[in-house]
Design a protein around this ligand. Sequence first.
Ligand code: ATP
Ligand code: MG
Length: 328
Amino acid sequence: MSIQERVLTGDRITGKLHLGHYVGSLQNRLRLQEQYETFILLADVQALTTHFDKPKVISDNLRNVALDYLSVELDPNKSTIYIQSMIPEIAELTVYFSMFVTVNSLRHNPTIKTEAMERGYTDMYYGFLGYPVSQAADMAICKATLIPVGEDQIPHIEHARKIVRRFNDLYAPVLVEPKALVGQRLEGLDGNSKMSKSMGNAIFLDSSPEEVQQQMKRAKTDPGRVHKHDPGNPDICTIYAYHEAFRPDECSEIREGCKRGTIGCAACKQQVTAAIHELLEPIREKRSYYEQRPDVINEILAEGTKRTQKIAKSTMDEVREAMGINYL
Ligand code: ATP
Ligand code: MG
């Protein structure tokens, strides 16, 4: 990463952020904001693709997600935080892109397929099927080069690269191809899928110590390990996956202990629960600081959105010129 990167990433405003976001994306953002110009998108429009009938979830959570960012110490002086729906140029660019993106290329996108299945969609909504196109516009509008995301997003970044390439070939090379920086994937408490806001298998960043304790009770361990001294298989244990994420230095010891049956599941769970408490405590403190200062949050969002609006206008001037649709 020797060139000057412009970083963009964001989250759907469908609920508060959880440990999966921390491991998969927020940690990378924290590191990158120290080096590069960073943009963070509160994706309220993309949230509508699955929540068009529950807009209140989105308006109720917008500030919650902003609070999540600030409480993990994303710094508004280094990271520009902005609201997607307040940048109408993104919607405009999405329309232009959609002229040359085929329906089949979207249907075959593996993340779209998985998400459609998880949500029980037999027929897909046009906006949902097309959300990778709107993500490509998110990236292109601010000429982002580097996108720190979880692995479910890899097909979308690949598609965005193709869309930008096609646009540049068709009209003029004014847009920039982004690349992904992929974070770890954290599995959910149920052990079946990734930790996710919508699947009821998450530990949220604002959870109280009691809530964490309670939720960790549900976390799946190796089902074949019935007695404390039975040898276990760490590779199918959610608690071991959490060790890898939150206490990587203790992993080899835990792995051996589990395989030999010298460390029991309860003790193992307790150790990783303590690590999660340790991680969340300062985040909770920072959150309560900002919770008492709603005006500061509004100012941060207004300022970040204004900054991004300028960039979006300038990119769209170039786009329209490239396409020859700047008539008057
Ligand atoms: P939803 O269920 O509403 O889609 P989500 O929990 O999947 O919500 P998103 O807003 O879709 O969260 O994802 C935001 C970013 O966080 C993406 O880059 C995604 O890859 C990453 N991410 C989400 N969940 C995890 C996870 N469990 N592990 C690693 N990264 C994750
Ligand atoms: Mg998601």
